[in-house]
Design a binder for this molecule. Structure first.
Ligand SMILES: [Zn+2]
Ligand SMILES: [Zn+2]
Length: 397
């Protein structure tokens, strides 16, 4: 067993999409052009300070080709313990898959494979059960339990994605209990998604056993690290992550950093007819109290309360703290120019957010911005509610 002293705290964001291959072939249509395998690796290692980055869409044959090219050129190497090593950062090979069981809505899961060979083999299997394996988050035409067998049978990790979002989240729209889709013992962890936190998830007793992940689901370079985890590991690798999710040999997720759920796009129930966010008092009504439209989109909080099996949330003792943190991009007045100045001075966004003192920040970006960054660090910026696909806004106090 490793000594605690050998472990380090590593910033991890395990859900970042690929926009294009290096040859310009589309992978995630809504993803930005510079979101390539190499571009994400550089952004994570050099600007964000993320030590373990999960690149979703690693299954796409064009991306696999890019990975081989980076290995052949010597720019990247195979990481001991699984993953791809680039300048002190390890890239985890992942994919996001859409499943739809008969009579249910569709939902997304993440699968991570230990190494390139396993991902190539898994990609080949997926290609026989999907229309276009080149693209991101494609529908898999196979039962959820078969998918679970295919992932865990290859030594991979199955992690339901953004579980509470009304748009393709497992609890958000596809099921009220995990066992309706998967065997509970072979779920590695769950991803909370941008509109929920650990406390809200504590309304469901079946989640007590799982480690929670807070990831960005980034579709552009700037959004990498908008949510992230601190994980105690010996080094950033697939095998160490696996131990951490099991809370084994001292490895564990030691902190979740996420948006305040009120900033999330789907926090509250929203009327698609008039655009109003529906007050909690009307959460169970079937029509919008403002315009009478029946087109209500149930928000994350309202959905959790609807499927809860506890009257009040409970947080198990192993659960790490969940820190509300406003990402740098939400901070009023922090544009590209100021951010670049701060990056020049402090190296990475994680250094700006966690390590630089207020006086040091002020010397580079001015006292007002430094003050806002410190408030953002501690979750003290005031936010308005998000709902119906619009993010809540930071209100300058
Ligand atoms: Zn998704
Ligand atoms: Zn995604």
């Amino acid at each position: 067993m490793a000594l605690a002293a050998e472990l380090q705290s590593i910033y991890c964001d395990l859900h970042v999409h690929i926009g294009r291959t290096s040859e310009g072939q589309a992978v995630k249509i809504s993803g930005s052009r510079d979101l390539t395998f190499a571009g994400i690796a550089r952004e994570a290692a050099e600007r964000k300070g993320i030590g373990l980055i999960g690149i979703i869409d690693s299954h796409s044959p064009g991306v696999l080709h890019d990975i081989h090219a980076a290995l052949d050129s010597g720019e990247m190497a195979l990481a001991a313990g699984g993953g791809i090593a680039y300048r002190g950062t390890t890239i985890l090979l992942g994919t996001e898959i859409e499943i739809r069981e008969p009579g249910r809505k569709e939902c997304h899961v993440l699968a991570f494979m230990s190494d390139l060979t396993a991902m190539e083999d898994f990609s080949k299997w997926m290609s026989a059960h999907m229309r276009n394996v080149n693209l991101s988050s494609q529908r898999l035409y196979a039962p959820s339990r078969v998918l679970q067998d295919e992932i865990t049978g290859r030594g991979g990790l199955l992690i339901p994605a953004h579980i509470f979002t009304p748009h393709k989240g497992l609890y958000g729209c596809a099921a009220e209990r995990m066992a309706e889709l998967f065997e509970l013992d072979r779920i590695a962890a769950v991803e909370l998604g941008l509109s929920a936190d650990s406390e809200m998830a504590g309304y469901l007793s079946e989640l007590d056993r799982y480690s929670f992940l807070t990831n960005s689901d980034a579709h552009s370079l700037g959004k990498i690290g908008r949510e992230y985890n601190v994980i105690e590991m010996r080094e950033p690798s697939f095998q160490e992550l696996k131990l951490a999710l099991q809370r084994n040999e001292g490895r564990r997720v030691s902190a979740n950093f996420g948006l305040n759920p009120r900033l999330g796009k789907y926090h509250r129930t929203y009327c698609a007819g008039c655009g109003s966010i529906i007050d909690e008092a009307y959460a169970t009504s079937e029509r919008c109290p403002y315009c009478g439209s029946p087109k209500l989109v149930q928000g994350v909080l309202d959905r959790i309360l609807h499927i809860a099996d506890r009257p009040l949330p409970q947080v198990p003792a192993h659960r790490p703290p969940y820190h509300y943190q406003v990402p740098l991009e939400f901070i009023p007045g922090l544009g590209k120019r100021k951010l670049n100045l701060l990056l020049e001075a402090f190296g990475t966004e994680m250094n700006i957010l966690h390590r630089a003192a207020e006086a040091e920040l002020a010397a580079v970006a001015g006292a007002e911005l430094a003050g806002l960054i410190v408030l953002a660090r501690t979750g003290q910026l005031v936010l308005s509610s998000g709902g119906g696909g619009t993010y809540g806004k930071v209100i300058r106090t």
